[in-house]
Design a protein around this ligand. Structure first.
Ligand code: PHE
Length: 334
């Protein structure tokens, strides 16, 4: 009876404890075998009671072992599925946006606030949209300015060298007034260095309406540089693009406060950030827009260059290496 009580009270939290219990009661040299060996010494009148007690003890010991094993297995299974539910959760790793996306979104944001829409187009272009419609007829020397990757020749199919091609497509499908910016990837057959890459990103802008003047362009540039960089001291240097007339290059005054300022501005304080100009009447004509009624301005900038300025990134190749040590630095920027 005492032993039956001991068996009933037994509990275990490990396999080892269960095994010790099993050996003690149920093994060859265990208590039960000893007691069964005693059976022949028991008086015949008590044999029935003794036998029944032994059976009860044996069954309950066997049941106990099975039951404890089951419980233990269930518990470890659940631990496998749910883990320790009392333990605090691991923090969730946050990813980061790529700096090109961050800067692209910033630029889109700045221009959206003054009514520009976002337009996109194909990266593989035909000659018309990348060159001819933009006042760059065949054999025009300015085509050499844009080291082009050709996919097919005659008729020419190529990787777009600028997103001005998207603006041609936009003009073909929309009537003025037009206010749109075209962000996207562009391709040029250039040697890769710290400052140049054969793949980069641009945002180009186009504004067409009645009575659009160079003053409107300048005001938009002032607004953009102020919003983007927090500074709006700019200068316009006369330049040449086949699709704009007059054309200009935009420099921003970055200052000469730090050593980096000296380095990136080559000691002048000024930095070129984009090209711009008044849309050439030939370009309007090519898109069936009457240049006697409408005029417009256009501008284009490289996203990498702006990002390098904003985040002081010394080498353009860092954008494409996907080194997590570089990418993780943009975790806190949205
Ligand atoms: N398309 C020119 C380039 O890729 C940039 C530009 C756009 C210049 C619009 C003037 C006007 O270099």
């Amino acid at each position: 009876k005492e032993l039956i009580g001991e068996v009933a009270a037994f509990n275990a939290t490990s396999k080892d404890e269960i095994e010790t219990f099993r050996i003690k009661f149920l093994s060859k040299k265990g208590i039960l075998n000893d007691l069964f060996a005693e059976f022949k010494n028991v008086a015949p009148t008590e044999r029935k009671e003794f036998g029944q007690a032994l059976n009860t003890l044996k069954n309950s010991a066997q049941d106990k072992v099975n039951q404890l094993k089951d419980t233990l297995e269930n518990a470890s299974e659940q631990l496998g599925v749910y883990g320790d539910l009392t333990q605090p959760e691991e923090p969730i790793e946050l990813g980061s946006r790529h700096p090109i996306s961050i800067v692209k979104n910033k630029i889109i944001d700045v221009f959206s606030r003054v009514g520009f829409t976002v337009s996109e187009g194909p990266e593989i272009e035909d000659d018309w949209h990348n060159f001819t419609a933009l006042n760059l007829p065949e054999y025009h020397p300015a085509r050499d300015m844009q080291d082009t990757f050709f996919i097919e020749t005659n008729p020419d199919i190529l990787l777009r060298t600028h997103t001005s091609s998207v603006q041609v497509r936009y003009m073909e499908n929309h009537k003025p007034p037009i206010r749109t910016i075209s962000p996207g990837r562009v391709f040029r057959n250039e040697d890769i260095s710290a400052r140049a890459h054969c793949i980069f990103h641009q945002v180009e802008g186009l504004y067409i309406d009645t009575d659009v003047s160079f003053a409107d362009l300048k005001q938009t540039l002032l607004y953009f540089t102020k919003e983007m960089f927090g500074k709006s001291k700019i200068r316009l240097r006369p330049s040449y693009f086949p699709f704009t007339e007059p054309s200009a290059e935009v420099d921003i005054y970055w200052g000469l406060e730090t050593e980096t300022d000296y380095k990136i501005t080559k000691g002048t304080g000024w930095l070129e950030i984009m090209g711009c100009g008044m849309v050439d009447p030939n370009v309007l004509k090519n898109a069936n827009i009457d240049p006697d009624v409408y005029s417009g301005y256009a501008f284009g900038m490289g996203i990498e260059r702006i990002a390098m300025l904003l985040y002081q990134i010394p080498d353009i190749r860092m954008f494409y290496e996907n080194d997590v040590r570089f990418l993780e630095q943009f975790k806190s920027v949205i």
